[in-house]
Design a binder for this molecule. Structure first.
Ligand code: FES
Length: 150
């Protein structure tokens, strides 16, 4: 296994509640949480694998697959929330066939991430795909937009 795994484990060895910082650092290093690395960390730390996988699937900041070619950021800030962000996010999930606990499509095309505010509240509801911001969206509009990405 990679040396950086042992360095991360050593860094947090004696810290109470170390699972989340270990997973954060691992994701920063690998770009996602690979099953092999989670199992290695479990063996070396005695944190049960089920607990690590539970944390990794509970928090939307963690990814169990490499990030997709396109990153979709859906805003769930107040302005977007009251303008239908939940409906938009649900439509994206359905269209991309993403289960509740997944945020990267099986074909590696998209990764979906919820964010608090994209800084353009007057355009609510807002979605950002890679570096492009789309505002005043409806479910139909965002699906048309998603279909333009390969
Ligand atoms: S709340 Fe969505 S852009 Fe600010």
């Amino acid at each position: 296994m990679a040396n950086y795994l042992d360095r991360i484990i050593t860094k947090y060895r004696n810290i109470q509640g170390n699972a989340i910082p270990i997973l954060q650092e691992l994701q920063e290093k690998e770009g996602y949480l690979s099953e092999a690395s989670l199992r290695y960390i479990s063996e070396k730390t005695n944190i049960p694998a089920a607990e690590l996988f539970g944390i990794a699937t509970f928090y939307s900041m963690f990814r169990l697959k490499p990030q997709g070619r396109h990153l979709i950021r859906t805003c769930n800030g107040t302005a977007c929330h009251v303008s239908g962000a939940d409906t938009l996010a649900a439509a994206i999930r359905t269209h991309l066939n993403l289960r509740e606990t997944e945020n990267t499509t099986d074909d590696g095309r998209f990764t979906l991430l919820e964010v608090a505010c994209l800084g353009c509240c007057s355009l609510a509801p807002v979605v950002m795909i890679d570096d492009t911001t789309y505002g005043k969206l409806s479910a139909e509009k965002i699906i048309r937009i998603l279909n333009t990405y390969d």
